[in-house]
Design a protein. Structure first.
Length: 414
């Protein structure tokens, strides 16, 4: 508790605000108290004007939340403000979405005066007098944030002992459906369904601006790359698990072969914490058509989005860049090992999934429990090169179809 002082007063403050019509009763399944909320005049969806959505922590999960964000905005037409709340990375990757009116960025223990702390973020939510807050993360801390926001309705999954903090609790198991087994995109969309905003459109989306593209063009110029030349973006890293990493040697060999034998430009993707790995791939490839983003001094999320948008094909581990590329309409070669392709599937253009069949995979572990990482090491560079060339052909077909579609559109008089 000492490490999270903001939590010390969270429950007492919340309980003091509970009306006399809310009853605490023991929950026989847990050594916790369950709260039966009896709302006299529940706020109808038609009355909801100010809405906030608390985003998940990881970039990939934020991308997978975009169909739900869009569905909620489209399904609740009377919303006057839709605000996204999250840490820097998920807020940055979703910047520019047409469904969103405002954002609140926070860092839990921020003391720099520039970024809101968790306390400051909660204070800002209270100031906005929300009608509804939707909690995409499953954690107890997310439930406490929702409760302390003062929002009239607080919607999320009944998980991690936080049911009593919510006004609208979505059960993990509904009939014969265990929501925990749903693909993440569907798992989030189920929240929209419970609000009457379900949509069949499960495609992810991101926005890229002209200023973002200028950053990417400047980087291409620095690399001596042609902007319109076929380019492969290669991402071997992952912020969510060492077990997801594709070996540097394999990546270097794949990049070199794509450059030498096929004349393709290869950009090795890098975030601020991935520079060393990305630069090692470039060093191993030892070819002027293979360059690492790790060389660039400033690596904002906007640069990553523009670089991925410009790619002909993206090769990525199961990580943020994979979801970003898919959301931007790119052909993707996805490298899976410790995670399940089904659980993290996407609904944009079909991906080419490469994996090594192992009895221990998918384990879902941050580090390989058996200390060998064979599920990722077993994906060979010739497999990746072949998959890239296959996706390149499909990308050419996509481009030709787009040209035909644009030519068929009626022209307006000048």
């Amino acid at each position: 508790m000492g490490s999270r002082p903001w939590l010390q007063h969270a429950v007492p403050l919340g309980l003091s605000a509970i009306s006399n019509r809310q009853k605490c009763t023991p929950n026989p399944d847990r050594n916790l108290f369950h709260l039966d909320l009896e709302v006299t005049d529940p706020l109808s969806l038609a009355q909801i004007m100010k809405t906030a959505i608390l985003l998940p922590t990881w970039v990939g999960d934020a991308c997978m939340a975009t169909p739900t964000i869009r569905a909620i905005r489209n399904g609740m037409s009377d919303i006057s403000e839709l605000c996204l709340v999250g840490r820097y990375a998920p807020i940055a990757v979703l910047e520019g979405l047409p469904s969103v009116d405002s954002t609140i960025t926070y860092k839990p223990k921020s003391k720099d005066g520039k970024t809101l702390s968790r306390r400051g973020m909660i204070a800002e939510l209270k100031r906005r007098k929300l009608d509804l807050i939707i909690l995409l993360p499953n954690s107890l801390s997310a439930g406490i944030i929702g409760f302390m926001s003062g929002a009239t309705r607080r919607v999320g999954y009944a998980k991690d002992g936080r049911s009593w903090l919510l006004t609208d609790r979505i059960p993990l198991i509904e009939g014969n459906v265990d929501n925990r087994t749903l693909p993440t995109i569907d798992y989030y969309m189920n929240i929209a369904k419970h609000l009457g905003c379900e949509s069949d459109n499960l495609a992810m989306q991101l926005a890229v601006t002209d200023s973002d593209r200028i950053l990417a063009k400047d980087m291409f110029d620095r690399f001596d790359f042609a902007w319109d030349h076929p380019t492969i973006v290669l991402n071997t890293a992952s912020a969510t698990g060492e077990s997801k990493l594709w070996p540097t040697g394999n990546a270097s060999r794949a990049a070199r072969q794509l450059a030498i034998q096929h004349g393709l430009q290869v950009v090795v993707h890098s975030g601020p914490s991935d520079r060393q790995k990305a630069n090692a791939v470039e060093f191993g490839a030892a070819h002027p058509l293979v360059k690492s983003m790790g060389q660039i001094e400033h690596l904002p999320m906007s640069l990553s989005k523009a670089v991925l948008e410009q790619a002909s094909v993206v090769v990525s581990t199961d990580s943020g860049p994979r979801h970003m590329a898919s959301a931007l309409g790119k052909r993707v070669v996805s490298l899976f090992g410790p995670t399940s392709p089904g659980l993290y599937r996407t609904y944009n253009l079909p991906e080419k999934v490469l994996s090594k069949s192992m009895s221990c995979s998918p384990c879902g572990k941050y580090k390989c429990p058996l200390m060998h990482n064979n599920c990722m090491h077993g994906i060979t560079y010739p497999q990746v090169v072949e998959a890239v060339l296959e996706q390149m052909q499909l990308a050419v077909g996509d481009l030709e179809s787009e040209i035909v579609r644009e030519r068929s559109l009626p022209r307006t008089a000048a």
